[in-house]
Ligand binder design. Structure first.
Ligand SMILES: *Cc1c(COP(=O)(O)O)cnc(C)c1O
Length: 370
């Protein structure tokens, strides 16, 4: 990256998404799963990375089962992947039930009411569905009393074409949390009552807990995109995202001068300040103000002052000529500053950094067999 003109387009920042790395991460997860197959979660536009590129790359790597959140995401994905299984986590949307068969989407049924609604829609020809049972997250899925109702009246699920019985871990990124074993025990009980279809339990982090969590089908999302399964521990996954931004302007700051909105950073000695063409409207969270950093040739250059909507300011006093001149490129996410590093500086998690990545970057995709 050495100029603001890329493929004839002018961009202040470039987001590079490495599809080869996503494929390598899928294979790495399969290795960890030791023979258990894996779906891929591509909700929220594949965690912000572009589902129209990411989903075909995963399909090429051998993935044939995908999960999204919204019905609309399922419809969009069906336009991208003709043959894949597509499962919709948010369940059966009342008044839109017929959209599922039309686009061959599998609803994840989250309550007895949804199970009944699906049965009614299917009539004599039971189409594939999933059942989500809550094992301790109190978010989506059949609550314990509805599971007990099925135990007492198995006819509730008789004749259903259940592809997966799923549940979701709340604390798999904290290997020492007692919540993990508790949910595992509850899920085993779920399988005794509902021994239908595949047992699909684990998210990304749970794959790394122990084989006990793997069951018949894994359901990872974030690990495919390179985020560490256990924050703070060595990350076995390949980095997927690089973000570079262009220096627009550079100027000298005198001792005592302040930078940015609110004048929150004041130079204690003369320095050099560079302004970059990215801001919080591009997903550089405002909490990175006076916290985060960029890198120039491996040298850490701290974000000073507040992150603005379109701009951030970095202290480049430590950088030798000519690397801090206008038109030079700066690493915001990359080998020196991973998504997890940025998340830590911003006081959040990698998921939020990825899903906030902006739409004004030039997006470049490498690899993926295209
Ligand atoms: C988002 C989500 C996943 C994937 O979780 P990761 O932590 O990104 O691996 C799996 N299952 C459900 C129900 C989800 O909502």
């Amino acid at each position: 990256m050495n100029g603001a003109e890329i493929n004839g387009r002018h961009a202040g920042a470039i987001l590079n998404v490495n599809l080869d790395s996503i494929q390598a991460n899928y294979r790495l997860l399969l290795e960890r799963l030791g023979g258990v197959p894996s779906a891929a979660v591509v909700k929220a536009n594949a965690y912000g990375l572009g589902v129209e590129h990411v989903a075909p790359a995963l399909a090429e790597a051998g993935c044939s089962i995908f999960f999204v959140t919204h019905l609309e995401e399922g419809v969009r994905l069906r336009g991208i992947l003709t043959d894949a299984e597509i499962h919709v986590l948010n369940g059966l949307l009342a008044s839109s039930e017929e959209v599922y068969p039309t686009h061959r989407l599998t609803p994840v049924l989250n309550s007895l009411g949804e199970i009944e609604g699906w049965r009614r829609l299917c009539g004599e020809t039971p189409l594939a569905c999933d059942i989500h049972v809550d094992t301790g997250m109190l978010r989506l899925g059949l609550p314990p009393d509805e599971l007990e109702a099925i135990k007492d009246a198995p006819s509730i699920v008789a004749g259903l074409n259940v592809a997966n019985v799923i549940s979701h871990l709340s604390s798999a990124d904290q290997p020492n949390s007692a919540q993990n074993a508790e949910q595992l025990a509850r899920y085993r009980r779920v399988r005794e009552i509902l021994p239908l279809g595949r047992a699909c339990f684990t998210n990304s982090s749970g794959i790394f807990l122990s084989p006990d969590y793997h069951f018949d089908l894994a359901r990872p999302g974030v690990a495919l995109y390179g985020v560490a399964p256990v924050p703070g521990e060595p990350n076995p996954l390949n980095p997927v995202v690089e973000l570079g931004a262009c220096i627009l302007q550079r100027r000298e700051a005198s001792r005592g001068e302040a930078v940015g909105y609110g004048a929150t950073y004041r130079f204690e000695k003369p320095g050099l300040i560079a302004t970059l063409a990215v801001g919080y409207a591009d997903g550089l969270l405002r909490s990175l103000s006076n916290n985060g950093a960029a890198y120039i040739g491996g040298i850490r250059v701290p974000i000073v002052g507040r992150v603005s909507m379109d701009l951030i300011t970095i202290d480049v006093s430590a950088v030798a000529e000519p690397a801090s001149r206008p038109g030079q490129w700066v690493e915001l996410i990359g080998p020196n500053n991973t998504v997890d590093d940025v998340a830590r500086a911003a006081g959040t998690i990698g998921y939020e950094i990825l899903t906030n990545l902006g739409t004004r970057y030039h997006r470049a995709y490498t690899g993926g067999g295209d």
